[in-house]
Design a binder for this molecule. Structure first.
Ligand SMILES: [Zn+2]
Ligand SMILES: [Zn+2]
Length: 369
C-alpha cells in the first residue's frame, strides 16, 4: 500500500518525507494506521549513525494509532482498536521469560537492525527498474509514516476514549523516565531525588518522583524553560546544570546526599556528579550514554551501600506499564501533556531542531490521512 514516510538516506542528513510502498502484513504482524508519533532522542542518534541501522531507513518508535488489519496469528487486538507501539522483544529468551523484555537477548537486532519480523525490509521506493528497498522494523514499528507494521509484543491496546494522538511517547521516552522511578528505584514518601537533564525522560522521572511523594525533588538542566516547567510540575528545586557552583548548591539542599539520582544527560561530568551526590545506600540510575563515554569515580564510595545501575526502557513491560501511566495521567498525577508540542509529519526536521534547542521538550508529529 502507498504511505507517506520520513526517510533517512545518509547519516547526518535531514529526513526526507516521500511516498513509499509498505509491504502487506504477514501472519505475525499488525498494520497500524498511525495517528501520531513522538520523536525520541534515539531517533536523532540513529539519524547521525548510532546503532548503525541499514540505509535508507524509516525511523520512528513512539507510534500511536488505530489497527487497520491483523495477521492470522494476532489475537490480542483487532481492526479498529486503539494502540500505542513500544519496543520489540522476542518473547522466548531467558529475560523475556522472566518478564524482563527490556533486556531481551535480541533487543538490538529487533529494534535497530531495520528488518521486519520475517527478516525483510518493510518498504519500497520508486517505480519499475528504479524501485529499491527501504528498511523498516525500527523498534518493531518504523512509525515516522502514515502506516506501520508492528508485532504482537510491542502493540499495546488502550481504551478508545483516550487522547490517542498524545499517547505515542508512552511507548518509549515517558516509559523510560517514569519506569526508572516507579519500577527500579521505587522511592518511599519523603525520599530525595536529583534528576540530571529534564527533557522528556527526565521530566517523566521527575513527575513519577512527585507522584511517589518524594520530599526533595531537584531538577538540573541547562535550559531555563525546562527548569521553570519542572518547578510548575512539582520539583522542589531547579538548578542550572552549567552553574560553576552546581555541587555546592546541591550539597546545600541535600547535606547528607540524595537517596536517588537519575542521569538522563549521558554526559560524563553529570554522571560523576550523580554518583558523588549519593547518600549512604543511595542509588544512581544511568539511562543514556553516548558511545565511548567514560566516567571515573572512587569505587570505595560504593562500600557504603551505594549502587550505580543502568536502566533500559524504565524496566517496564509495555503491556503492563503503559496502562499504568495512563491511569496515573487520568488521576492528574502524571501531566505529561504539558511537555508536548504538535507538528505535521512534513515538519519533522523543524521539530527535531526545536527538540535539540530546548524550545520543545516532546515534539509529536500528527499524521494526515
Ligand atoms: Zn527475548
Ligand atoms: Zn526512544
Amino acid at each position: 500500500m502507498k504511505v507517506e514516510a520520513a526517510v533517512i538516506g545518509a547519516f547526518g542528513q535531514p529526513f526526507e518525507v516521500k511516498p513509499l510502498d509498505l509491504a502487506t502484513p504477514n501472519d505475525d504482524e499488525i498494520l497500524v494506521r498511525l495517528v501520531a508519533v513522538g520523536i525520541c532522542h534515539s531517533d536523532v542518534a540513529c539519524q547521525h549513525g548510532a546503532f548503525a541501522p541499514p540505509l535508507p531507513i524509516v525511523l520512528g518508535h513512539e507510534g500511536a494509532g488505530i489497527v487497520e488489519q491483523v495477521g492470522a496469528n494476532i489475537t490480542h487486538v483487532k481492526r479498529g482498536d486503539h494502540v500505542v507501539l513500544s519496543y520489540a522483544s522476542c518473547g522466548g529468551c531467558a529475560r523475556c521469560e522472566l518478564g524482563q523484555p527490556q533486556y531481551c537477548s535480541e533487543f538490538g537486532v529487533r529494534n535497530f537492525k531495520g528488518f521486519r519480523s520475517n527478516g525483510e525490509p518493510s518498504f519500497r521506493q520508486g517505480e519499475g527498474d528504479d524501485a529499491a528497498d527501504v528498511w523498516g522494523g525500527f523498534f518493531g514499528q518504523s512509525s515516522f509514516a502514515t502506516f506501520a507494521l508492528s508485532t504482537a509484543r510491542n502493540t499495546v491496546k488502550v481504551a478508545r476514549h483516550h487522547y490517542l494522538e498524545a499517547m505515542g511517547p508512552l511507548g518509549c521516552g515517558l516509559q523510560t523516565g517514569a519506569g526508572t522511578v516507579l519500577n527500579t528505584l521505587k522511592p518511599q514518601p519523603g525520599d530525595s531525588i536529583v534528576i540530571f537533564g529534564v527533557g522528556t525522560v527526565g521530566m517523566a522521572a521527575m513527575m513519577a518522583a512527585v507522584a511517589s511523594d518524594c520530599g526533595v525533588v531537584v531538577a538540573v538542566d541547562v535550559h531555563d524553560g525546562r527548569l521553570a516547567l519542572a518547578r510548575e510540575l512539582g520539583a522542589t528545586h531547579a538548578i542550572r546544570g552549567d552553574a560553576p557552583d552546581l555541587m555546592q548548591q546541591l550539597r546545600a539542599i541535600l547535606p547528607a546526599g540524595a537517596s536517588f539520582t537519575v542521569d538522563t544527560s549521558g554526559k560524563a561530568p553529570s554522571i560523576r556528579a550523580a554518583i558523588d551526590l549519593l547518600a549512604q545506600c543511595g542509588t544512581c540510575a544511568v539511562l543514556a550514554v553516548a558511545p565511548g563515554t567514560e566516567v571515573t569515580f572512587m569505587p570505595s564510595m560504593l562500600l557504603a551501600g551505594r549502587r550505580v545501575i543502568g536502566v533500559t526502557e524504565g524496566d517496564a513491560d509495555p503491556q503492563e506499564f503503559i496502562p499504568r501511566m495512563i491511569a496515573l495521567h487520568e488521576a492528574g498525577r502524571f501531566p505529561y501533556d504539558r511537555l508536548i508540542k504538535f507538528y505535521a509529519l512534513a515538519e519533522i526536521n523543524e521539530a527535531i531542531a526545536d527538540m535539540r534547542s530546548g524550545a520543545t521538550i516532546k515534539p509529536i508529529l500528527r499524521m494526515q490521512h
